[in-house]
Design a protein around this ligand. Structure first.
Ligand SMILES: NC(=O)c1ccc[n+]([C@@H]2O[C@H](COP(=O)([O-])OP(=O)(O)OC[C@H]3O[C@@H](n4cnc5c(N)ncnc54)[C@H](OP(=O)(O)O)[C@@H]3O)[C@@H](O)[C@H]2O)c1
Length: 269
């Protein structure tokens, strides 16, 4: 298969690109920090900024010079801004939506005509457990991932008759190292009325990621699922407690669910 993959310079995207390459696929990987080169690992790297239409077009053209086909697109590019809703600016929301959600829309618009022409294709979009439930201080990311979930359900129905499959990957916490590069809302300061809760919630988020699952294992699982004749519409890759959190979110009254999550992230209800 010829697979294009976004956000492949670090974390889950890098692990997935490596797993796909090890499985014998032609991998064309994009990230802002890439220069055009083919590494000793055999992965073709190309510069790509998913927030920039011209960059997406240039990536698609360069990828088609590597191979004219695109059998699969795996979308991992994403950013995260932590902050309470009141102190996260519209500009910060816009940045996250532009990368995490609209970035996927731009990439899909680039591959869909090609896949329709081929009569086949697979699109894998990295959502998150946060695409299914909200947690404190991650509203921009949660909103973008919820947008991806809804959008992917629509795309899945529309694209099916052209032989195009869509799969949402919903990871729980993984040790991607992304906590070292993430952004915090500029307005959050020790003077903030949310400061104590913010410290508590981000401490829990950081701890859960540090003790998260192995990205290499996730990469291999995504590669295996991509090779199947029929992909699932949703692939949740999470520890049992995060599966349980989603289950309880759908089962319990919202007030009770909120109480449990506040207790977990703030240490108090
Ligand atoms: N790690 C987890 O626990 C976890 C859990 C659930 C879901 N996820 C999802 O999995 C995906 C990868 O997460 P991660 O933790 O591995 O993050 P990460 O290590 O921070 O990697 C993010 C990737 O996105 C790229 N990127 C950021 N902005 C971009 C842009 N405008 N255009 C192109 N590429 C861009 C980055 O490369 P450059 O900076 O070079 O552009 C990097 O390769 C994300 O969609 C994330 O939401 C992760």
């Amino acid at each position: 298969m010829v697979v294009w993959i976004t956000g492949a310079s670090s974390g889950l995207g890098l692990a997935t690109a490596q797993a796909l390459r090890e499985a014998g696929h032609t991998v064309v990987a994009g990230a802002r920090s890439f220069r055009a080169e083919t590494g000793t690992d055999g992965i073709h790297r190309l510069p790509l900024d998913v927030t920039d239409e011209a960059s997406v077009t240039a990536f698609a053209e360069a990828a088609r010079a590597v191979s004219p086909r695109v059998d699969a697109l795996v979308q991992c590019a994403g950013i995260l801004v932590l902050g309470p809703c009141e102190e996260t600016s519209p500009e910060e929301y816009r940045r996250v939506m532009d990368t995490d959600f609209l970035g996927m829309v731009r990439m899909n618009r680039a591959v869909l005509p090609l896949m329709r022409g081929q009569g086949s294709g697979k699109i894998v979009m990295f959502s998150s457990i946060n695409g299914l439930l909200g947690i404190p201080c991650q509203s921009a990311y949660t909103a973008a991932k919820h947008a991806i979930e809804g959008y992917a359900e629509c795309l899945q129905m529309e694209a099916r008759r052209f032989g195009i499959q869509v799969c949402l990957v919903e990871p729980g916490d993984h040790r991607s190292g992304s906590q070292h590069t993430r952004h915090h809302a500029e307005a959050v300061t020790p003077e903030s009325p949310y400061w104590a809760d913010y410290q508590s919630a981000t401490g829990v988020i950081h701890r859960d990621e540090t003790h998260g699952s192995d990205p290499a294992k996730l990469g291999r699982k995504v590669a295996r699922v991509l090779a199947r004749k029929r992909m699932p519409v949703r692939l949740r890759i999470a520890k049992p407690d995060q599966h349980l959190a989603v289950y309880l979110h759908d089962l319990l009254p919202p007030g009770l669910n909120g109480w449990i999550l506040r207790k977990y992230y703030y240490g108090k209800s």
